[in-house]
Write a new protein. Structure first.
Length: 233
């Protein structure tokens, strides 16, 4: 090893649209892949601008391409960026444009979780706190199911007021609201907490339901680790 080189790695870019997504993904890496070197690219205007526009247009896709290319060109500790993980769940088509434009692995925030959910069954629960995320996530899950040649039944819910509570620093109310909505949902093969910021509510939600609860940060980290360390000694 040359002087100044690190035995850690690889280098992974995390691209965020919500500040509340940063703590859960950092915690997931610390717990499940501490050797990875991560860095954050955060644009706080993305979610607000999507909500204002009411749709994901070409200008938003172009912004994602700019962010993706910036992250891909980064080089430092751990070498050059080896992969990109987006943590913003409402921007599927924009993330797919980045996937198509870059040669490295680019992971949508729910991609790993949806794969795991489809392994578990065909009746899937899905909860979000950011309403614009829901149509994109439902479409993504159905598309991934179609690629497997199966159909899914999706029970979806928006947890009203939870994101506002979290943004105000009231994590307890956020978790209680999530648990209350989960308790009122029909039984499913699994229940997906469809945003990174929802991961902290997993213990409260799991206590309220009998279905297995899946969180997006952990499964995303586990899939990236599998992809980037396959064949490593």
């Amino acid at each position: 090893m040359k002087p100044g080189e690190s035995c850690r790695g690889p280098r992974i870019a995390l691209i965020h649209a919500l500040a509340e997504s940063l703590p859960p993904i950092h915690q997931a890496f610390a717990q499940h892949w501490p050797e990875a070197i991560t860095f954050d690219v955060f644009d706080s205007s993305l979610a607000r601008d999507l909500a204002h526009a009411g749709k994901l247009d070409q200008s938003m896709i172009d912004r994602f391409l700019t962010l993706g290319r910036y992250a891909a060109a980064s080089e430092g500790e751990g070498g050059r960026t080896a992969a990109i993980l987006f943590t913003c769940s409402a921007f599927g088509p924009a993330i797919d444009a980045v996937k198509a434009a870059l040669p490295m692995p680019v992971l949508r925030p729910n991609e790993a979780t949806f794969n795991r959910a489809l392994d578990m069954g065909r009746n899937i629960g899905l909860m979000v706190t950011f309403p614009p995320s829901l149509p994109a996530l439902e479409a993504e899950l159905r598309q991934m199911a179609a690629e497997r040649g199966v159909e899914v039944s999706i029970a979806s819910r928006v947890i009203d007021g939870a994101l506002a509570a979290l943004k105000s620093g009231d994590g307890e109310t956020h978790d209680q609201l999530a648990a209350a909505v989960a308790a009122d949902m029909p039984s499913t093969d699994c229940l997906i907490l469809g945003q990174f910021s929802l991961a902290q509510a997993a213990p409260a939600v799991q206590a309220a339901v009998s279905s297995p609860v899946l969180t997006t940060p952990r499964t995303a980290v586990e899939q990236l680790r599998s992809m980037l360390t396959a064949g490593a000694p």
